[in-house]
Write a protein of this length. Structure first.
Length: 211
């Protein structure tokens, strides 16, 4: 399958490595092209813009640090406008419910689909194929992406058609974090996740990466 991939840091790079190993054709975008060179050496194609990544295949992945980065990539740097009608945006980062709902509606308005599929595990677990994938979205879109999820690691069935459920599942299973009624900040260091109960109003939870 042809896949565009935006965000090739430690986690994104590990994910791209899994996709390449499974035989997928991956076009990668990184703000610093030199940082994507190891992926190019492994068989990925480097594209020059976010729009090019969005047009690369039927599926475009984002693996971004936080809600602000995701909002910027989707609405200001060209992903939404460049993704073809019928295209699928797989959002693999950990993000807040409000931004996921906003992006889901924006894609729907353009005849596109959003699949929320946050990863559970460190980059090392992704590289070894033992990380978890929480996938949710429209059944047809999730089904089309299943080979990609299987390349990543342990893939559970689609939670529901509501994309926000994947983010809630990820939040509930993060091993450490700080939660308030309006924000959620977390780091993910342990191989074995612990259950983390969501006590805040889900509609108000946002995500900001911890530096």
């Amino acid at each position: 399958m042809k896949v565009g991939f935006i965000g090739t840091g430690r986690m994104g790079g590990a994910m791209v490595g899994r996709l390449l190993a499974a035989g997928h054709d991956v076009g990668v975008y990184n703000r610093t092209p030199d940082k994507a060179k190891p992926l190019a050496d492994a068989g990925a194609k480097i594209v020059s813009s976010i729009a090019d990544a969005a047009r690369y295949g039927d599926v475009t992945y984002t693996m971004l640090a936080d809600d602000t980065a995701l909002e910027d990539v989707v609405f200001r740097q060209g992903l939404l406008g460049a993704l073809p009608k019928g295209g699928i945006h797989v959002c693999a980062g950990t993000h807040g419910i409000p931004i996921i709902r906003r992006i889901k509606q924006a894609h729907a308005d353009k005849g596109q689909a959003l699949v929320a599929a946050p990863m559970m595990g460190r980059p090392e677990l992704v590289s070894s194929g033992t990380a978890g994938v929480f996938a949710s979205g429209q059944a047809e879109a999730v089904g089309k992406c299943k080979p990609l999820f299987e390349a990543m690691g342990k893939c559970g069935k689609a939670l529901t058609w509501d994309c926000t459920n994947s983010e809630l599942a990820k939040v509930k299973n993060l091993d450490t974090g700080v939660m308030t009624p309006v924000s959620f900040s977390a780091t993910n260091h342990l191989a074995a996740p612990k259950l983390f109960l969501l006590k805040a109003d889900p509609a108000a939870v946002t995500y900001k990466g911890v530096q």
